[in-house]
Design a protein around this ligand. Structure first.
Ligand code: SF4
Length: 414
């Protein structure tokens, strides 16, 4: 694809029309007029349909497992029972790795995937399904969650099972869990085992890198948190240990400010959206197997596919623009370094509550946010407004107004 066409391709993707173009061409398959010459229009809107090639998403190896999966995964953190079209479009666009959890949308994410597989059983072998044992407290719980997830998704195996959803300490990766993972693989209920983590991420990844039975991890990975050298080192340690890395929260929490305008203008001039730039930041790191992006609408999915297909890397200047934006807006973003604030908050799980606020404020997922908040023991919730958060605020590297945000959590989530 020529540079001009490439720019047009991405910019058009960032506007409204490219998605349908990609979709229609992929759906059209090899019988479409893909051999038509590309247009060389300088105007994005002048990009003609025939300039879009129906490319396959690049695949990457999931660490030492050797299995190859598309570099873009779909986060199915929505009600897929009522939104089957996004699953169909994902298949059409080559996004065949899907990530869900036993808790997303009260099980309606997994039930929607099951509904889809039931209607099209042949699709199962194309899919790489990932799910998580949310809220499991021990291996018996993990087993129950696995069985329930397989039942909801109408499948007799899970490709990658995150036996811990939201690991916050490597100590949870104990011998009991190891034995369970090995047995589950032996009986072919799961192919690979790992965990997701959004708190003490660097510590969890570093711990995992020393274990030979962790196949893959799903950490927060975005242009904000990757400014932290400890996390950079931990990602490298996992990569060196042959652990596959599925990046989540790749877009980072959006912080509404004048800086957003600057960021958008910079990337818009290059022909792509802010979201595409953030995704490219993740995909530029070849240690990352796949970037998981949750999308409920097909237009965003198409924009992500366009970014994943685009071979051009971000320039040093682009990375600096993201880095500066991260520094300038960090006071609105919780980095999930739970070991810092949780240890001085008298038992209040500050970092978890920050994450629930993010689900509520930035992702609009009010139901999940409230459900997670309700799962905090009543005794702990009662303490939230009584704790002195000044130590947490002074230690917080993101300079977050912890006390104010805890009261906001009580107002909006309780
Ligand atoms: S509140 Fe601050 S210290 Fe606590 S997890 Fe978030 S960024 Fe880290």
């Amino acid at each position: 694809m020529s540079e001009v066409s490439r720019r047009g391709f991405l910019k058009f993707a960032g506007a409204a029309g490219i998605g349908s173009v990609i979709g229609s061409k992929v759906l059209a398959g090899s019988t479409s007029s893909t051999s038509s010459p590309q247009t060389d229009s300088n105007e994005p809107n002048g990009l003609k349909e025939q300039s879009i090639q129906p490319l396959e998403l690049p695949k990457r190896k999931l660490g030492k497992t050797g299995v190859e999966i598309p570099c873009l995964a779909l986060g199915v953190a929505f009600n897929a029972v009522d939104n089957q079209i996004i699953l169909r479009k994902a298949i059409d666009l080559g996004v065949t790795s899907w990530d869900t959890s036993s808790m997303y949308e009260n099980g309606n994410s997994e039930l929607g995937i099951g509904k889809f597989i039931e209607k099209k059983p042949d699709v199962r072998k194309k899919l790489f399904l990932m799910t998580k044992a949310s809220f499991a407290k021990n291996v018996e719980d993990v087993e129950k969650h696995l069985q329930a997830s397989m039942g909801r998704m109408k499948t007799d195996y899970i490709d990658l099972y995150f036996g811990v959803h939201g690991l916050s300490s490597p100590a949870q990766l104990n011998d009991e869990m190891k034995k369970w993972a090995e047995k589950a693989k032996e009986r072919k209920a799961i192919k690979y085992f790992g965990f997701s983590t959004h708190a003490n991420v660097a510590g969890c990844l570093m711990g995992a890198s020393k274990l030979d039975w962790i196949d893959a991890v799903m950490p927060i990975y975005n242009f904000r948190v990757m400014q932290n050298q400890k996390l950079v080192d931990a990602v490298q340690a996992c990569y060196d240990a042959g652990i596959g890395i599925i990046a989540m929260k790749t877009q980072a929490q959006k912080v509404e400010s004048d800086n957003d305008k600057k960021l958008m203008e910079h990337f818009s001039a290059k022909g792509f959206t802010e979201g595409q730039a953030k995704l490219k930041f993740v995909l530029d790191d070849k240690r990352v197997t796949a970037a998981c992006v949750g999308r409920e609408n097909t237009e965003h999915l198409r924009q992500n596919v366009a970014a994943a297909l685009d071979k051009k890397k971000l320039t040093q200047l682009d990375k600096e623009v993201l880095e500066n934006y991260a520094a300038e807006t960090c006071s609105g973003y919780c980095a999930g370094c739970a070991n810092i604030c949780d240890s001085v908050a008298a038992g209040v799980p500050v970092s978890d509550i920050m994450r629930y606020l993010m689900y509520y404020n930035s992702f609009g997922d009010t139901q999940t946010a409230r459900q997670l908040f309700a799962d905090i023991p009543q005794q702990t919730r009662d303490k939230i407004l009584t704790v002195d958060y000044s130590a947490a605020e002074s230690r917080c590297p993101q300079r977050l107004p912890v006390a104010r945000l805890m009261s906001q959590a009580i107002r909006t989530l309780a």
